[in-house]
Design a protein around this ligand. Structure first.
Ligand code: B12
Ligand code: SF4
Length: 474
């Protein structure tokens, strides 16, 4: 059987003028996971439109497309094209789960939720000549997964070819997050066994890893055992975690011991009223400053994530947030405009209040305003968002942030990392066009390793400070 798997890109990722590095970071892990269920004699081809031009002249029997909200329009175009050519087209992923009826207009089969149970069931039906129209995931486990088909990934096209996920979902339920909708009808947070996770890590060549788990620290027992198992492997790794998990005693130290060097932290907002509004209770009453100090004292760089446009935000939110992030010495920041994804509690609330202003899915990219903000105009929100990026990544701000570190290597590392992402964009553009993103990995590893030596000051934040800020509510 000839199988074609496609990750379609949003327009910006294919721009002839400018290619941001973020679209050449990670390979399509979801599709490579699904490819593991195919037979050895199936002829499978995996294409990622973010990094290569799609070959649409082929004639596969089965086409599998992963649909994100921002690439939905493009996904449907490709799906229609292959259906006209007589292929059986399967659509799945986050956006299909949010709006299965919309997707069904462009597919022979649609899939709701994660694919580890539905995809093998479909394959069996398809081979037997009786494929269903809709498959809904109900069994949530990562036990006994077939090997991810990493051989299908064109590693040299990605800066971070070693991306990995060892869990699915997250234990929390923030209103703006896609995760409750995606995992509806079953468990919404589960992990691999520690042994399976370690085996997958061992398959990955080189030193660098990026855990794409929503919340790698979400199950502390699993995380602790994983970090113990990774000790001595000589890895350098990055991941995402919550403020709460950073403040929890011991786990972070274990993570650092086995190679954690940079963490994506969902601060989201500095305003407790906004946190309550979004049911992001795990961030409430946490001292963000202590969390930042704790990470920095252990030599972990921070990518802080912030959302603008929450109901308590007014025009002052941009400058206040950027200034705070610079003063804290946060190395990189990711800003988002609040985006209500269909299927989320936030979307339902906004729709009920008549505040949704767009259903152009291409615009749901966290850079456009698609709802009516409560305390500022849509124009101010969009302008403030872009200003925040400009202000945070000015050389003056980068140097100011770097100078919060009290040793030279820490400062250089800060400048190298922050500058590397945003100040050398023409270089990234060139590297991507030359199809050499993978060749920049050694530079990333050097910066993460603190220029070859562990850059942590090893000055733990005092235990009293920590236990005050880590109040053990759920
Ligand atoms: C890595 C990542 C990226 C990478 C690359 C994506 C890639 N190569 O796959 C980059 C940096 C490019 C990226 C960019 C963006 N991203 Co992003 N990203 C992620 C992240 C962190 C991990 C994705 C991943 O690998 N998951 C692990 C794999 C195993 O799971 P999976 O891909 O979901 O696949 C499983 C299922 O979905 C299902 N499945 C998927 N497809 C199909 C198809 C069939 C037929 C079947 C049966 C099953 C199936 O089965 C798979 C196995 O279970 C997710 C968060 C998350 N946890 O998913 C956000 C996430 C996907 N991103 C998101 C967003 C909003 C964006 C951006 C718009 C952000 C921005 N402002 O630029 C852009 C645009 C993306 C685009 N191209 O349209 C949202 C998507 C929301 C939505 N409703 O679509 C997410 C969920 C983050 C969030 N919490 O909001 N992203
Ligand atoms: S903590 Fe992050 S991943 Fe978990 S529900 Fe909230 S936003 Fe989503």
């Amino acid at each position: 059987m000839k199988v074609k798997m496609i990750l379609p890109a949003l327009t910006e990722a294919k721009s002839p003028y400018w290619r941001p590095i973020k679209y050449s970071l990670f390979p399509p892990l979801g599709l490579a996971t699904l490819a593991g269920y195919l037979n050895d004699d199936d002829d499978v081809r995996l294409q990622d439109e973010h990094v290569e031009t799609l070959d649409l002249d082929d004639e596969p029997d089965l086409v599998v497309i992963q649909v994100y909200i921002t690439s939905a329009k493009r996904s449907y175009e490709i799906a229609d094209h292959y259906r006209r050519r007589g292929a059986h087209v399967c659509l799945g992923g986050l956006h299909v789960t949010s709006l299965p009826e919309e997707a069904a207009g462009h597919a022979d089969t649609v899939f709701i939720g994660p694919g580890e149970d539905t995809w093998p069931a479909f394959l069996q039906d398809f081979r037997a000549g009786r494929p269903g129209k809709l498959y809904r995931s109900a069994i949530r486990t990562l036990d006994g997964l077939p090997s991810i088909r990493r051989d299908l990934i064109k590693r040299h096209l990605y800066l971070v070819p070693n991306s990995i996920v060892v869990s699915r979902g997250c234990p929390h339920t923030c209103d703006f997050c896609y995760k409750e909708a995606f995992f509806e009808g079953g468990r919404s947070f589960y992990t691999q066994t520690v042994d399976d996770a370690l085996r997958e890590i061992e398959r990955l060549p080189g030193r660098h890893l990026y855990f794409l788990d929503d919340h790698l620290f979400g199950n502390p027992r699993f995380a602790a055992a994983l970090f113990d198992g990774m000790k001595g492997m000589g890895r350098l790794w990055q991941a995402a975690g919550t403020v709460k998990s950073v403040l929890a005693p011991d786990l972070l130290e274990k993570a650092v011991e086995c190679g954690l060097r940079s963490l994506f932290v969902g601060f989201e907002t500095l305003n407790p009223a906004n946190l309550r509004e979004q049911h992001k209770y795990q961030n409430l009453n946490r001292d963000y400053t202590v969390a930042v100090k704790r990470l920095h004292s252990l030599g972990v760089m921070i990518n802080g994530s912030f959302v603008f446009g929450l109901d308590d935000d007014d025009d002052s939110v941009f400058d206040r947030t950027v200034e705070w992030a610079i003063e804290q010495g946060i190395e990189t920041a990711t800003f988002h405009i609040l985006t209500p994804y269909p299927g989320t509690a936030l979307y339902q609330r906004m729709a009920a209040q008549g505040r949704m202003t767009s259903d152009e899915w291409d615009l749901f990219d966290t850079r456009h305003v698609v709802f009516r903000p409560a305390r500022m105009s849509a124009e101010s929100l969009e302008a403030g968002y872009w200003r925040a990026y400009r202000d945070f990544y000015r050389w003056g701000s980068i140097f100011r942030g770097a100078w919060t570190k009290d040793h030279l290597l820490g400062r250089l590392r800060h400048i190298g990392y922050a500058g590397g992402w945003k100040k050398f964009e023409p270089l990234w553009d060139w590297v991507i066009r030359a199809k050499r993103a993978g060749s920049m990995l050694p530079a990333l590893e050097t910066i993460l390793s603190g220029f070859g030596k562990h850059s942590a000051r090893r000055e733990p934040v005092s235990t009293i400070q920590l236990s005050r800020s880590f109040q053990s509510e759920a």
